[in-house]
Design a protein around this ligand. Structure first.
Ligand SMILES: *[C@@H]1O[C@H](CO)[C@@H](O)[C@H](O)[C@H]1NC(C)=O
Ligand SMILES: *[C@@H]1O[C@H](CO)[C@@H](O)[C@H](O)[C@H]1NC(C)=O
Ligand SMILES: *[C@@H]1O[C@H](CO)[C@@H](O)[C@H](O)[C@H]1NC(C)=O
Ligand SMILES: *[C@@H]1O[C@H](CO)[C@@H](O)[C@H](O)[C@H]1NC(C)=O
Ligand SMILES: *[C@@H]1O[C@H](CO)[C@@H](O)[C@H](O)[C@H]1NC(C)=O
Ligand SMILES: *[C@@H]1O[C@H](CO)[C@@H](O)[C@H](O)[C@H]1NC(C)=O
Length: 416
């Protein structure tokens, strides 16, 4: 009975070996107790099977102490993410020491990882760059804003030219990998009403920039709903240049972690967005009344609808309007809502860059110092009220204007 089972297992194993390659990563790593943790993870995640099914690959391994330190500081990695992280350490080409030494020294070499084959990697996140430097070899993520490079520490073993096992100094994490803070795109996807924001983030590659901040500095993201995008005049987003789209997307995030409780205590406080870090201006005014937080751009006013994610150093909120920076848009990009007050008798100015009239929120004045006194606070409440009235008047004016003009005219952008 037992020997029959053994024979069965043996023949199954044999057929596995025959149909796949000649190596077994588990057996290979069993000879090196200092990699036992990684070996165990490769098996339990099933990635060992993926490796064994391949030919001509390189497995980057880290020692037990490095892996333990990583798992201790990233305690909530789910099994899918952990498996993808391991796949990020499997290069789809054979690189022994000789091959590494033969790599060009004038430029890095980009290599595909097994992670790239999963379809879960954004853009180039599934590639690694190898640098052949006089000081040694460096391996690092191919996307800017990601974690740092690992150095090649040792040649562990190989079976030429099937599999090479190389020790590196640290775990490499793809952009967006941060268990503690969550993958923003994945979080957004779950809600179903942020599909346009997701696709614009990906199109502009700002998703990687946001992900990069999750591992350094922190971030507060404001995600407009699909209906917010649909309420824009058609073509207003599509007409943006690549770099302006990037700025628009980066305008939807603050450069630090600001949870709801903090935002709820802000009164017309101009805050920097990520766009402010690469271009002047692009400030956002945050104010709140009765726990409702509104964001004023000078062109549009959005209200926070829900918290989508909150874990230091990342927080993300759903908002009901697209944040249109005055640096890129005039009020004309907003389609006036059908229920408006009667049209007052006034003609808006011609196609001037800024929305006409004296609406206080249409012309962001010079930035005031953040420290606000009681009089500034009450003043700002009055200013907000005036701004609200003025902006609804303006919307009415714009509607009457829009009856004579085409969208294409209305969508003219204030700044190039
Ligand atoms: C590889 O080796 C391990 C133990 O050394 C074994 O459990 C596993 O079944 C082997 N895999 C294959 C595909 O032979
Ligand atoms: C360096 O290599 C990358 C890809 O491997 C390539 O895109 C880039 O143009 C190269 N740069 C130079 C200066 O050759
Ligand atoms: C990795 O090292 C290379 C070569 O020194 C460097 O150009 C690159 O910016 C480094 N990447 C990171 C993320 O530190
Ligand atoms: C790398 O390791 C393999 C297997 O142990 C060995 O045959 C080879 O000589 C080593 N290469 C170098 C450059 O150390
Ligand atoms: C933002 O707040 C500042 C200071 O309270 C104010 O001067 C400015 O007009 C506000 N801008 C907008 C667009 O609300
Ligand atoms: C607006 O577009 C329509 C057709 O799309 C055209 O007939 C009309 O003349 C245009 N009006 C203006 C003011 O450009």
């Amino acid at each position: 009975m037992a020997s029959g089972r053994t024979a069965l297992v043996a023949s199954v194993l044999l057929s596995c070996i025959v149909v796949s390659s000649a190596f077994n990563i588990t057996t290979m790593l069993n000879q090196f107790p200092s990699f036992s943790q990684m070996n165990q993870l490769l098996s339990s995640s099933g990635v060992a099977n993926d490796i064994n099914a391949r030919k001509s690959i390189t497995v980057l391994v880290v020692s037990n102490d490095v892996l333990n330190a990583f798992t201790a500081s990233n305690p909530n990695v789910d099994t899918v993410k952990m498996a993808d992280l391991l796949r990020y350490h499997v290069l789809l080409q054979f690189l022994g020491m000789d091959e590494l030494k033969a790599l060009p020294t004038s430029n890095y070499t980009s290599v595909t990882t097994l992670y790239q084959t999963t379809g879960r990697a954004n853009n180039n996140d599934g590639f690694l760059n190898i640098y052949n430097l006089p000081s040694g070899f460096l391996i690092g993520p191919s996307v800017a804003g990601s974690s740092s490079n690992a150095t090649v520490a040792a040649n562990i073993t190989h079976e030429a030219f099937e599999i090479s096992v190389i020790q590196i100094s640290s775990i490499l994490t793809p952009v967006g990998f941060n268990s503690a803070t969550g993958d923003l795109i994945q979080v957004l996807t779950k809600f179903n009403v942020y599909t346009m924001f997701i696709s614009l983030l990906k199109e502009s590659a700002v998703d990687s920039i946001f992900a990069g901040r999750q591992t350094g500095g922190g971030i507060t993201v404001f995600a407009p709903t699909d209906s917010a995008f649909n309420s824009l005049a058609s073509g207003s987003i599509q007409g943006l240049s690549v770099s302006d789209l990037k700025l628009l997307m980066q305008y939807h995030a603050l450069t630090s972690y600001q949870p709801l409780s903090v935002l709820q205590n802000m009164v017309n406080s101009p805050v920097s967005t990520i766009a402010s870090t690469i271009a002047s201006g692009y400030l956002l005014n945050v104010s709140s009344a009765a726990k409702t937080v509104t964001l004023h751009t000078g062109v549009s006013v959005a209200t926070i609808q829900e918290t989508l994610y909150d874990a230091t150093p990342t927080t993300m909120f759903g908002i009901d309007q697209v944040l249109l920076p005055s640096e890129l848009f005039s009020k004309a990009a907003l389609v006036p809502s059908p229920a408006e007050a009667p049209v007052p008798e006034a003609a808006p100015g011609p196609k001037e860059a800024k929305a006409p009239g004296a609406a206080p929120d249409a012309a962001p004045g010079p930035e005031k110092p953040a420290g606000s006194t009681a009089s500034v606070v009450s003043m700002s409440v009055v200013v907000s009220a005036v701004a609200l009235i003025a902006s609804s008047c303006l919307a009415v004016l714009l509607r009457s204007w829009s009856e004579e003009c085409n969208n294409s005219v209305l969508l003219e952008r204030s700044v190039w």
